[in-house]
Design a protein around this ligand. Structure first.
Ligand SMILES: Nc1ncnc2c1ncn2[C@@H]1O[C@H](COP(=O)(O)O)[C@@H](OP(=O)(O)O)[C@H]1O
Ligand SMILES: CCc1ccc(OS(=O)(=O)O)cc1
Length: 295
C-alpha cells in the first residue's frame, strides 16, 4: 500500500504493517530469502542512530586499525545494506552474495522482518540505539536531503509523522523494543550512541571483544581518533560526499550534520517535548531500556 503519492515523491510501501521504501517492498521476496552464514556480523540500527559511525569502527577493528584499508571504498559500499534495492543498481542482497566471508552487513529492519536465516545461523548482531528525540531531529533533516525518501514537510508535520511511526522502517519505539527484548537470546552486543559519544574508548573495546579481536592500546587509540565526528566529517570515504546528488543532496543538509547528543532541544517546543515524553512513557512502558538525552 502506498503511504505517500504526491507528485514525483518517492513512495513508501508496507510489509506486515511496517512502512518501507517501495523499491524494498518490490524486492521483498529476494530479501526474505537471503541466506545468512554463521560467521556474518549484522549491524542493526533504526535510521539515524549512528550506523555510519559504528560501520567505520567495525571496519577499523576488522582491519586492525589500518586506516588505508578503510579508504578502499565509500562507507555505504563497504557493508552491504541488506534491504537496499534501487534497480538497475545491484541490490543489497546481490552485493552481500558477492562478498567473501566473513561478511559485515547492515540493516535497518525491525527484528520481526529480518530474513529467518539470520536466526537459524546464530549470527552476531551489533545493535546501536540512539535516543528517540535526537533520532527524530536527525531523520527530519535527513529526509529533507534524501531523494529516496518522502519529503518530510514542516517540522511540526514531521513530528507527528515520526511519533505515529509512519516513517520508513516504522516506529522507533517498536524497533528499539523489539531488538532490546531479544538481546539475551541471541549473540547480540547492544550499544547506545550516547555511550559511544561519552566514552568512545570503552565502547570500542566492547566491540573489539565482541568481534574477538585483540588489538593493542595504540591501535585502540588510533580507532578512537579516526572515528571522531570531526574526522569522519572531513573524510570523503565516510562523509557521503561520493553519493550522487540524485540520492543525497548535501547542499540542503549535510550527512554529517552535528553529531551531538541533545540537538532536540534546538527543535522541540515545550509543548512538543511534554507530549513526546507522555507518548514515550506509554509506548515504552514495561521495558527496562534507559536512554540518556543529554550529556
Ligand atoms: N563519528 C560520529 N560521531 C558522532 N555522530 C556521528 C558520527 N558519524 C555520524 N554521526 C551522526 O550519526 C547520524 C547519522 O546516522 P546514520 O549513520 O545512522 O544515518 C547523524 O546525526 P545528526 O544528524 O544528529 O548529526 C551523524 O552526524
Ligand atoms: C535510511 C535509508 C538510506 C537511504 C539512502 C542512503 O543513501 S546512501 O546509502 O548513503 O547512498 C542511506 C540511507
Amino acid at each position: 500500500m502506498a503511504l505517500t503519492t504526491a507528485g514525483t515523491q518517492p513512495s513508501l510501501g508496507e510489509v506486515a504493517g511496517i512502512p518501507l521504501p517501495a523499491t524494498t517492498v518490490d524486492n521483498w521476496h529476494q530479501i526474505q530469502g537471503f541466506e545468512a552464514q554463521p560467521d556474518d556480523l549484522l549491524i542493526c540500527t533504526y535510521p539515524k542512530s549512528g550506523t555510519t559511525w559504528i560501520q567505520e569502527i567495525v571496519d577499523l577493528i576488522e582491519h586492525s586499525g589500518d586506516v588505508d584499508k578503510c579508504q578502499r571504498a565509500a562507507i555505504q559500499h563497504r557493508h552491504p545494506f541488506l534491504e537496499w534495492a534501487r534497480p538497475p543498481q545491484p541490490s543489497g542482497v546481490e552485493k552481500a552474495r558477492a562478498m567473501p566471508q566473513p561478511r559485515v552487513l547492515r540493516t535497518h529492519l525491525p527484528a520481526q522482518l529480518l530474513p529467518p536465516s539470520f536466526w537459524e545461523s546464530n549470527c552476531k548482531f551489533l545493535y546501536v540505539a540512539r535516543n528517540a528525540k535526537d533520532c527524530l531531529v536527525s531523520y527530519y533533516h535527513f529526509q529533507r536531503m534524501n531523494r529516496t525518501l518522502p519529503d518530510p514537510g514542516t517540522w511540526d508535520q514531521y513530528f507527528e509523522t515520526f511519533i505515529s511511526g509512519k516513517v520508513a522502517w516504522g516506529s522507533w519505539f517498536e524497533h528499539v523494543r523489539g531488538w532490546w527484548e531479544l538481546r539475551d537470546n541471541v549473540q547480540m552486543l547492544f550499544l547506545f550512541y550516547e555511550d559511544i559519544k561519552r566514552d568512545p574508548k570503552q565502547e570500542i573495546q566492547k566491540v573489539m571483544k565482541f568481534m574477538e579481536k585483540n588489538l593493542d592500546g595504540a591501535v585502540l587509540d588510533t580507532i578512537v581518533q579516526e572515528t571522531t565526528f570531526e574526522k569522519m566529517k572531513a573524510n570523503p570515504m565516510t562523509n557521503r560526499s561520493t553519493a550522487p546528488k540524485t540520492i543525497l543532496d548535501q547542499s540542503i543538509s549535510p550527512f554529517m550534520r552535528k553529531g551531538i547528543v541533545g540537538d532536540w532541544k534546538n527543535h522541540f517546543t515545550v509543548a512538543q517535548n511534554e507530549r513526546f515524553d507522555e507518548i514515550y512513557r506509554q509506548k515504552m512502558k514495561g521495558t527496562s531500556i534507559n536512554f540518556c538525552t543529554e550529556l
